[in-house]
Design a binder for this molecule. Structure first.
Ligand code: HAM
Length: 436
């Protein structure tokens, strides 16, 4: 390394308290309007299907993820933010939501209050990944989990809820890939079969090692040589137990009934170890290599693995950051970046006193209002009004007060009309109604 690269690397490592940690997207106005709209639209689809909201810890005991997500996964072995707290407990910033939800359901005996337990969540998750467009160290998900009923109709519901969220946003350039990862009955035999197939291949040592830990991972190796070698590999969907095959067929039937299109992907491999039976991913082709906008599936053994009753589960996690990017790629923007609808422009102290009250009156009627503070002149205040995204400005000077009026300015047409100061709240409401 040259001295210059040395110095650059050094600088990159030096802490800079004025820079956000690497790989963390921040959402500021006006763009944050898109972020909250995407998150809330996805969550609303879950709410409409009866998923109650849970707010869970952002960090948990490290053992929860080691046991729940699986020690052989990249998420657990390489990507966790794990540290000892001041009481010397090993804790980890949550890399995903399912393990925490299941832990909470067990801890609070939620399953005793009727099944299935249907929960939704939204918030940040943390994975120490190599940052790039669409791959972050703090990522945002909206997720659902339906616990305690092993019914293919529930798998289909979970998938349909995710699909409905994407549809409501106006997205169309994505597809649902689906497969079955079988159950305890068929998986061990299939694993042995695949391992036997892999043993006959000329694989490099790192790939052999991967195969030893989890042979299924080799199925989605992207390298052309490995892909070619895996062409005739046995696939789990062809070796499902009759119960798993039946379950899978029913899920697909329900999806057909619901009009949710899907593409079978028998080589799908998920980054988390708990999946059984139904497993799916929503893939958006406009996003390059980070194309997974959401994923999930069934995890029938997880509850027991974590020390709870033997109950099944199914759920999804949708990446809010990537879904927002997908909206950008498709040019859909079903939200407004306007902070407010109305902006008050007071010219003088008395005008400010009046407009502060008018703003409060409008807000109490549900209108979003801001005003110019700090005694700014007309030009500066109008600039703020424009920046706020407001449709109307209320311009008030001493002469207007004397005349008992206020100027209602349409910031799109530029037209300004005087309206009575006393009744201006109703006038503004009517004007907002007129422009829709
Ligand atoms: P996951 O596939 O690991 O599943 O993550 C779900 C979604 O989160 C991904 O499809 C992707 O959109 C987003 N995502 C994951 N990692 C990143 C990242 N580094 N940067 C940006 N976005 C990311 C789970 O987490 C499971 N808990 C889902 C689930 C719920 N399965 C059953 N229930």
């Amino acid at each position: 390394m040259s001295a210059a690269t040395d110095e650059r690397a050094d600088r990159a490592r030096r802490p800079d308290p004025l820079a956000a940690p690497k790989g963390i997207p921040e959402y500021l106005p006006p763009e944050s309007a898109g972020f909250t709209h995407v998150r809330d639209t996805l969550a609303a689809a879950a709410e409409r299907a009866g998923y109650g909201y849970v707010e869970l810890p952002v960090f948990e005991e490290t053992a929860l993820y080691a046991r729940g997500v699986g020690e052989s996964t990249d998420v657990v072995s390489k990507e966790m933010y794990t540290f000892a707290d001041r009481g010397e407990r090993s804790v980890t910033l949550r890399p995903e939501g399912t393990a925490g939800v299941v832990r909470s359901v067990i801890e609070h005996n939620v399953d005793k209050q009727g099944l299935p337990v249907k929960l939704r969540y939204a918030g940040p998750f943390f994975r120490y990944e190599r940052p790039q467009a669409g791959r972050y160290r703090q990522l945002q998900q909206v997720g659902v989990e339906a616990i305690g009923v092993d019914d293919p109709a529930l798998d289909a519901e979970v998938i349909a809820v995710a699909d409905e969220g994407f549809q409501r946003l106006g997205l169309s350039g994505y597809r649902l890939e689906i497969t079955s990862l079988g159950d305890d009955e068929c998986r061990p035999a299939y694993r042995a079969l695949l391992q036997e197939y892999l043993a006959g291949l000329d694989l490099d040592e790192p790939t052999r090692e991967r195969a030893r830990i989890n042979p299924l991972r080799v199925l989605d190796d992207k390298r052309p040589a490995v892909r070619a070698a895996m062409e005739n590999a046995p696939l789990l969907v062809d070796h499902l137990s009759s119960a798993s095959a039946e379950h899978h067929a029913r899920v697909l039937e329900y999806l057909d009934d619901l009009g949710v299109a899907y593409t079978p992907n028998p080589r799908m491999v998920r980054g988390l170890d708990y999946y059984t039976k139904t497993t799916f991913e929503f893939v958006h082709d406009g996003l390059g290599s980070q194309s997974g906008i959401g994923g999930g599936g069934r995890y029938d053994g997880l509850m027991e693995t974590l020390g709870g009753p033997s109950l099944s589960g199914v759920g999804f996690g949708i990446g809010v950051d990537r879904t927002l990017m997908a909206c950008g790629v498709e040019g859909v923007r079903p939200w407004s970046e306007a902070r407010v609808e109305v902006f008050g422009v007071p010219l003088g102290d008395e005008a400010k006193r009046r407009l502060v009250s008018v703003a409060a009156g409008l807000r109490s009627r549900g209108v979003r209002v801001d005003l110019s503070y700090g005694g700014r002149g007309l030009k500066g205040a109008m600039k703020s009004a424009d920046r706020s995204g407001a449709r109307f400005a209320l311009v008030l000077g001493d002469r207007d007060i004397e005349a008992g009026t206020v100027g209602l300015k349409d910031l799109v047409s530029g037209e300004q009309t005087p309206v009575a100061l006393d009744t201006c709240v109703d006038e503004v409401l009517a004007a907002l109604d007129r422009v829709g």
